[in-house]
Design a protein around this ligand. Structure first.
Ligand SMILES: [Zn+2]
Length: 490
């Protein structure tokens, strides 16, 4: 069986002023052909899962492109077109294929388009024709559109946030593709888009409304004829018509069953829609509470949920850092602050040097100004580390030139490439033992929980300014369909 495989992944925060250009993809991932297989084999990613099944089932893979960039503003026209053209060219030249496996995100907004994945899937469909199975994995944050659902044979959304099931979803997608190719499954699907725009911090799947929905979905998946159920929480900060929660049910040759399951899930979700609203503590209160809670042996994790680069925020806001310095919170690590300029200043000064410089706050003045600090350059690094997981386990992380600046025992990890603090390795690899700290400031909304909850004494969420804020009243939405909760009081 010959299967075409590609990955195109971007979560676009349309409120971000950082363009996602070619350089942003090069900094994360832009690979072609066989190199993809080498990079992703054995990793905790969708591609990793697809490759594992391909090896077990003896599929012949035709690898095309793997392109991903850190979440930020709209994907520039040039790089989107380049990746799309390459993928379509490869597809056209692939020869006889039995199926297509795509690892996509679902919230990509290229310049001049709203629905990046819909555009890509429509183009793929136009090359392969109406009958070739095209099976796709999507992030839980996908803003799923009818165009995506129409052109894909099956969509498989992550079922967890933090996303710890990416490899599993990749395996599932590849297995189902084989089932479709070999004639055991004839997918019929239903998509529903209730008027719900859940903020990121209200989307965790360990408890709350998403847990309730996934418990019901798990029960449904046991019913005869149900292939899979995906509840997409959606990505609220891509301000497009179709942003928000969606329900996608795939059944075997039973359209009515798919529709009935989808309707039941929507009804259940809507019954509890007020539970999606999330509240965190203001900065001063959060830092005071974290310090009052801090003990010996295990750190308190202070989650700067609004400055999550994984949600398209800059990763350089300073309000929490400013407060931590103001109260003199020794034994603190701030992981991480994106400031390539400050990194260069520290590199020039060298290890052991004392420097005075402004850090952070350089991208977006609405979310806080730089903080001028005087500190000692503690360590320098090339920023390469290996994710230990659960997320991205085995995948290399590239933070670019990285510096630890020690300001009266507040250790600021300054990085050159934006990346969410989702793995304690991002602290360990620069020589800091996270367990020896009293306070860890992490810039992440939910993903940090997968690896930091087990080592944290307590977790405190901060409502600081930032482009991944779960306080949606901070944003000026213009494109998303209205009315929609919680922007409108439904
Ligand atoms: Zn996601």
């Amino acid at each position: 069986m010959r299967v075409f495989v590609a990955m195109v992944s971007h979560e676009t925060n349309t409120f971000s002023t950082i363009p996602t250009d070619r350089g942003q993809f090069e900094a994360r991932d832009l690979r072609y052909g066989g190199e993809i297989l080498e990079a992703y084999r054995g990793t905790g990613t969708c591609l990793g899962g697809m490759l594992a099944v391909a090896a077990q089932r003896d599929l012949t893979l035709v690898p095309s492109v793997a392109a991903s960039a850190s979440p930020a503003g709209r994907v520039s026209k040039d790089i989107y077109q380049e990746v799309k053209d390459r993928l379509l060219d490869d597809l056209g030249q692939a020869g006889a294929l039995d199926g297509v496996l795509l690892d996509l995100h679902g919230a990509m907004v290229p310049e001049g388009l709203e629905d990046g994945e819909g555009d890509l899937l429509a183009a793929v469909r136009s090359v392969v024709g109406p009958d070739l199975p095209v099976v796709v994995t999507l992030d839980l944050h996908a803003n799923v559109t009818t165009t995506m659902a129409r052109h894909a044979t099956l969509l498989h959304g992550y079922k967890t946030y933090p996303h710890v099931d990416m490899a599993e979803r990749g395996q599932e997608a590849a297995t189902r593709l084989v089932d479709v190719v070999e004639g055991r499954l004839q997918p019929t699907v239903a998509l529903r888009q209730p008027p719900l725009l859940p903020p990121l911090a209200g989307q965790l799947t360990a408890r709350g409304p998403m847990r309730r929905l996934y418990d019901l979905a798990t029960e449904m998946e046991k019913r005869p004829g149900v292939i899979s159920v995906s509840i997409f929480a959606g990505f609220p900060l891509a301000d497009i018509h179709d942003a928000g929660l969606s329900v996608y049910v795939a059944t075997h040759a039973d359209q009515a069953l798919a529709g009935a399951c989808a309707d039941q899930l929507v009804e259940t979700g809507w019954k509890h829609h007020h539970e999606f609203v999330h509240r965190a503590l203001p900065v001063g209160e959060a830092v005071a509470h974290a310090l009052a809670t801090a003990g010996e042996g295990r750190p308190v994790v202070l989650a700067d949920i609004a400055d999550n680069t994984g949600g398209g925020a800059a990763g350089d806001t300073t309000e929490v850092l400013r407060e931590v310095l103001r109260v003199g919170a020794r034994g603190t690590t701030v992981a991480c602050l994106w400031d390539p300029h400050a990194v260069q200043t520290c590199l020039r000064a060298g290890v052991g040097a004392t420097v005075t410089l402004p850090v952070g706050g350089k991208i977006d003045p609405r979310h806080g100004a730089p903080v001028t600090v005087t500190g000692r350059v503690r360590t320098l690094s090339d920023g390469r580390f290996l994710h230990k997981g659960p997320m991205f386990r085995g995948l290399e992380g590239r933070l670019g030139p990285t510096v630890v600046l020690d300001v009266d025992d507040v250790k600021i990890i300054l990085i050159s490439h934006r990346w969410q603090t989702l793995d304690p390795e991002m602290i360990r690899f620069v020589g800091i033992d996270p367990l020896a700290e009293r306070l860890l400031v992490v810039k992440s909304t939910i993903h940090y929980r997968a690896a930091f909850e087990p080592l944290a004494h307590a977790i405190v969420e901060v409502d600081a300014p930032g482009l991944s804020s779960s306080n949606l009243a901070r944003f000026d939405f213009t494109r998303v369909r209205r009315p929609i909760f919680p922007l409108d009081d439904l």
